[in-house]
Design a protein around this ligand. Structure first.
Ligand code: G3H
Ligand code: 13P
Ligand code: ZN
Length: 323
């Protein structure tokens, strides 16, 4: 049975981005795959009164079962309301790769979909994105498109100039597709290994010149930054201290996230930092309590730490207090 997002208590991104533009802050796009992550996101955003974009990837749908995952979301909305909070909550498909997947999500209560045609030749990206926008807008659902390809995790992003967004394409893309927000590639990448750094080498600057040029061509248009985890070192250290093996990790420094927001980024996607926090706390708990085997005992502290991290992210993005 198709369900519309308004029946689930969700909103699309339109008003959120308008307000974020006026207030010059960014909305968090937090990915989740399981109940504890979803609880932590909601508890954090309720606590700091932040609007939030919940994100489900294709892989998350496969992992958790698409029906179960989608039914958890109205439960999370209800939980927020029972906590006395009216924060706006968006449900977004992260990195949709086909019209059929986007349609399935729209028909099942998502209020925003991302269609990621960034790897396609330009005209094919336009055509696919346009097709998704037509179906989505007919249902009141907003759409995020992407121009420019994020570097793969093993590549040295600075050397991969061809992957960056070409600012000269953005006006045409937005006009012809009708997208509501645009993800761009300015040097970030997904995962915990964003930059290959030699010992002592500083983090490279993101390509703020590209972001500035995009802003000049599309003043006030909501820009999305993927791959925006900072890869928080304190949690990498805990993971390694308790038997993990994460070497040469590197993320986006917080001052560069702030600068990107000043230059017009209105949605910041964070998944890896959540994975790191969760893994760190589970490893620590199990190492310190080898006798425990009740998942609630080790998932509970992980959820609590995750919540704290999400509160800090909302403060960093400026969305705290803006619900
Ligand atoms: O953009 C990538 C997100 O971090 C989702 O990752 O496809 O492993 O769920 P995933
Ligand atoms: P990170 O891997 O940096 O958390 O990026 C997540 C993301 O962009 C989800 O779409
Ligand atoms: Zn992404």
């Amino acid at each position: 049975m198709p369900v519309h997002y308004t029946e689930l208590g969700l909103v699309n991104t339109k008003e959120l981005f308008q307000k974020a533009n006026e207030g010059k802050y960014a909305i968090p796009g937090f990915n989740f795959n399981n109940m504890e992550q979803l609880q932590a996101i909601i508890m954090a955003c309720v606590e700091c009164n932040s609007p939030v974009i919940l994100q489900i990837s294709k892989g998350a749908r496969q992992y958790a079962n698409q029906t179960l995952l989608r039914y958890m979301v109205p439960g999370a909305v209800q939980m927020a309301r029972e906590m006395g909070s009216n924060i706006p909550i968006v449900l977004n498909l992260d990195h949709g790769d086909s019209f059929e997947l986007c349609k399935s999500c729209i028909d099942n209560g998502f209020s925003n979909v991302m269609i990621d045609g960034s790897h396609l030749p330009y005209e094919e990206n336009v055509a696919l994105t346009r097709k998704v926008v037509e179906y989505a807008h007919d249902h009141g659902v907003t759409v995020e498109g992407e121009l420019g390809v994020l570097a793969g995790i093993e590549e040295h992003v600075v050397a991969e100039r061809s992957h960056y967004t070409r600012p000269e394409e953005v006006e045409d893309f937005v006009a012809r597709t009708g997208v509501d927000s645009l993800a761009i590639s300015i040097g970030t990448s997904h995962g915990a290994y964003k930059f290959k750094l030699k010992p002592g080498e500083p983090f490279p600057e993101l390509r703020f010149d590209i972001l500035e040029e995009v802003q000049r061509r599309l003043p006030g248009f909501p820009i999305v930054l993927h791959g925006a985890s900072s890869v928080l070192q304190e949690y990498v250290d805990i993971i390694n201290r308790y038997g993990g093996k994460l070497e040469n990790t590197a993320g986006v420094p917080e001052d560069q996230i702030r600068r990107a927001i000043q230059l017009g980024v209105r949605k910041v996607n964070i998944d890896s930092d959540g994975r790191l926090v969760f893994t760190a706390m589970v490893r620590k708990y199990l190492a310190e309590h080898p006798e425990e085997f009740d998942p609630r005992k080790y998932l509970g502290p992980a959820r609590e730490e995750l919540k704290k991290m999400y509160v800090e992210k909302c403060k960093l993005l400026g969305s705290a207090g803006k619900a």
